[in-house]
Write a protein of this length. Structure first.
Length: 54
């Protein structure tokens, strides 16, 4: 029987925690924000919230 060692690595992100935020109420606005590099975060009261690192 052969013993194997599995090494787990954790990638650390040293970037700041500052973000630009944006909101969207339509599919067209969603598309524009995604093309601009924003990432979807959540939705509240029918408004989608996006963020992008500064």
């Amino acid at each position: 029987m052969c013993a194997r060692t599995i090494i787990y690595t954790h990638l650390v992100n040293f970037e700041g925690d500052e973000y630009h935020t944006a909101t969207s109420k339509s599919l067209k606005e969603d598309e524009e924000l995604l093309k601009a590099g924003f990432e979807y975060v959540t939705e509240r009261d029918g408004v989608k919230i996006y963020r992008k690192r500064k």
